[in-house]
Design a protein around this ligand. Structure first.
Ligand code: FAD
Length: 470
């Protein structure tokens, strides 16, 4: 065996753990299989043991024991990430934080919670407490944890108003446990948040989050149909700038994807309709419909738990047609579909979308999420790609970049290759302090594993533990 798991168990005292290999393997996975590339590379990955702390004191005990025995620790919220982020590439401990999940305080504009809290549950509590809700959540909000969102996510529902997690003010403060002989709890705010936000848990375990809240309106899903992708994109872009309409999400999905893949909505969606899918506050719906008329948008469907409870029955909410739920719905119908993550930079986003759509046709089906990016309205794409070969996938990405649309590659498990393709000095420096032995989520930060790695080489990084496993 690679590690002395028996010695670890002896030190865990009353903290729950699980080492049944089938159960451990099941929890060692996330939604990495959306990528055929990651599916090929990571399918065999498994931890040696799952440990389930339910308090900060228990997290510190597990880290102390694992550090003493030199056993790697990979944190996990609920494992809904898409890039193998929570997959333990070197085995060892999978630190399941889903039971460390209380909402500790709610106040005007903010709340404090433990990292394993499910976002929809937090929302239930803040709504009940004072009609407040999360500013941002991923489309997986019914199942994903707030700690996992901060460590592994980027934005989602709410980003049309608030931008992403990377934007100033969208995280207030974090408590983070270090991986040392005597682990410390550090309190981070302001500039320091960048050290651990979106670091995949490679340089600390988040043990408490303080996050901002927004007023909780009654949201209505409005699905509009347009005769061309250009018309849908232009409308969405203009709509995004209408701050008075109080939008929560704004997506475009090109025909025929909605009709072909949104099976429960199919009867409402003509096959040649390009959709704009909106979440708007109930008081804004009349104005939204009037505005859409000016752009020849046809209202195809409205859904609301409060206004139209009958129609809402059996139909998933609009946010579960967006973000990576669009991909999920397509994958369920056609397993050969995969996806990309594309930024269409302001101010040429509408033309760029059109040009890329014309370039690829049906091989790359357009799916856009409008967001506020550095204060400007623009769009991210999560286009649906008809996968043929890994070489072609690389070529499609290269063409996007050559046309001026940067790719955040969802077919890589490292921070750098999935992100800015360069070392994040703040995250690296923090790892030197907080995890000097390199035991936290090994293999995900290239800057730590291979400081000489050349991002311009065009070569995919291969983590040593994975190459040994073959
Ligand atoms: P996990 O997958 O368990 O973990 C994510 C990362 O965080 C891992 O690297 C893990 O090691 C680390 N981590 C977890 N907890 C901690 C902790 N306490 N301390 C330190 N590190 C930790 N993401 C978006 O941003 N926006 C979206 O709209 C979105 N839509 C999605 C739709 C679908 C259908 C799917 C499958 C995924 C989507 N995702 C999206 C990705 C993912 O669901 C979210 O980012 C989610 O918030 C992750 O939470 P989790 O609890 O599942 O995290």
């Amino acid at each position: 065996a690679r590690y002395d798991i028996a010695a670890l168990k002896a030190r865990l005292g009353g903290i729950r753990s699980e080492d049944n290999p089938a159960l451990v393997k099941q929890k060692s996975r996330d939604f990495f299989w959306y990528s055929p590339v990651l599916k090929r590379k990571l399918d065999h990955v498994t931890a040696d043991i799952i440990v389930l702390p339910t308090s900060e004191a228990e997290v510190l005990e597990v880290l102390t024991a694992a550090h003493a025995l030199g056993i790697p620790v990979t944190p996990r919220g609920t494992g809904t990430g898409n890039y193998g982020q929570a997959m333990p590439l070197s085995g060892g401990v999978l630190l399941d934080l889903s039971g460390f999940n209380k909402v500790k305080a709610i106040a005007p504009g903010r709340y404090v919670a433990e990292p394993g809290a499910i976002m929809a549950r937090i929302d239930d509590e803040t709504r009940r407490h004072s009609r407040q809700e999360l500013r941002l959540h991923p489309s997986t909000y019914q199942t994903a944890s707030i700690g996992g969102f901060i460590a592994g996510g980027s934005g989602g529902v709410g980003s049309i108003k608030w931008g992403g997690l990377r934007d100033w003010g969208n995280i207030i403060a974090l408590k983070v446990a270090t991986m040392e002989a005597s682990p410390r709890i550090l309190e981070l705010s302001g500039e320091d948040l960048h050290k651990v936000a979106h670091a995949y848990g490679t340089n600390g375990i988040i043990t408490e989050v303080e996050m901002p809240l927004a007023p909780a309106y009654d949201w209505v899903d409005v699905i509009l149909g347009f005769g061309s992708l250009r018309a849908a994109t232009e409308f969405a872009n203009e709509l995004g700038e209408q701050d008075g309409l109080a939008l929560k999400n704004l997506a475009v999905v090109a025909a025929p994807a909605p009709h072909d893949y949104f099976l429960r909505h199919r009867k409402f969606l003509p096959r040649d309709s390009h959709l704009v899918i909106v979440m708007a506050a109930d008081f804004a719906v009349d104005s939204l419909l009037a505005y859409a008329k000016r752009f020849r948008g046809a209202a195809l469907l409205m859904r609301s738990d409060t206004l139209f409870p009958e129609e809402a029955k059996g139909l998933p909410p609009a946010y579960e047609l967006g973000w990576n739920h669009t991909t999920l719905r397509a994958l369920r119908v056609d397993p050969a579909i995969t996806y990309l993550q594309v930024l269409y930079p302001f101010p040429n986003q509408v033309e760029l979308v059109e040009a890329i759509h014309a370039r690829f046709g049906d091989e790359v089906l357009c799916h856009l999420e409008f967001v506020r990016f550095d204060g400007k309205i623009t769009c991210f794409g999560l286009p649906l790609v008809r996968f043929t070969t890994e070489e072609r996938l690389e070529e499609i990405m290269a063409i996007h970049e050559a046309m001026g649309a940067p790719i955040f590659n969802p077919h890589r498990y490292t921070l750098e290759e999935g992100g800015m393709k360069q070392t994040d000095e703040a995250q690296l420096a923090f790892k030197r302090q907080a995890d000097p032995q390199g035991l936290l989520n090994p293999g995900k930060m290239i800057a730590w594993e291979d400081p000489a790695y050349d991002y311009a080489s065009g070569k995919t990084f291969l983590f040593r533990s994975l190459s040994e496993a073959g």
